[in-house]
Design a protein around this ligand. Structure first.
Ligand SMILES: [Zn+2]
Length: 141
């Protein structure tokens, strides 16, 4: 079985992009942008279709992160629904959430960027990439 990092690298190479919205389009995963009250995004497996809902009011960076996370579920946990509500308990809540987060950061942070910033601490990297330190740590493993 491929590792999560290998899975992310595979799709990046295959489609020539690390943009999760573009990858979803290539894979015929339905993406719906709309306003939601509390949810940043969710992934639902409906009638054998993979659907991702993203809150359109998120800032660009958050939108990319939530989308990359939900794409991780679509690829790694096809039949497992996820509601993404952004807080730290959610970040660490379960194995599949950690896996989706690891997929997201493998997609969004390039090896070359890690190489470029290899002398920085986790918290410096977190502010460089605009991500929680917990997420940056998942990328380092
Ligand atoms: Zn999730």
């Amino acid at each position: 079985m491929k590792s999560i990092k290998q899975t992310a690298d595979y799709y990046k190479r295959k489609f020539g992009t690390s943009n999760p919205f573009e990858i979803a389009e290539f894979l015929n995963i339905e993406v719906i942008l709309d306003s939601f009250d509390k949810c940043s995004g969710c992934y639902l497996f409906i009638k054998n279709h993979r659907c991702i809902f993203i809150n359109k009011n998120l800032e660009h960076k958050d939108k990319m992160l939530v989308m990359a996370h939900e794409l991780g579920h679509a690829l790694l946990h096809r039949k497992q629904n996820c509601y993404f509500i952004r807080n730290k308990t959610h970040l660490l809540s379960s194995r599949i959430e950690r896996e989706a987060n690891r997929f997201a950061v493998c997609l969004l942070i390039e090896d070359s960027e890690l190489e470029e910033y290899k002398d920085r601490t986790i918290s410096e990297l977190a502010s460089i990439f605009g991500l929680e330190p917990e997420l940056v740590e998942l990328r380092m493993r």
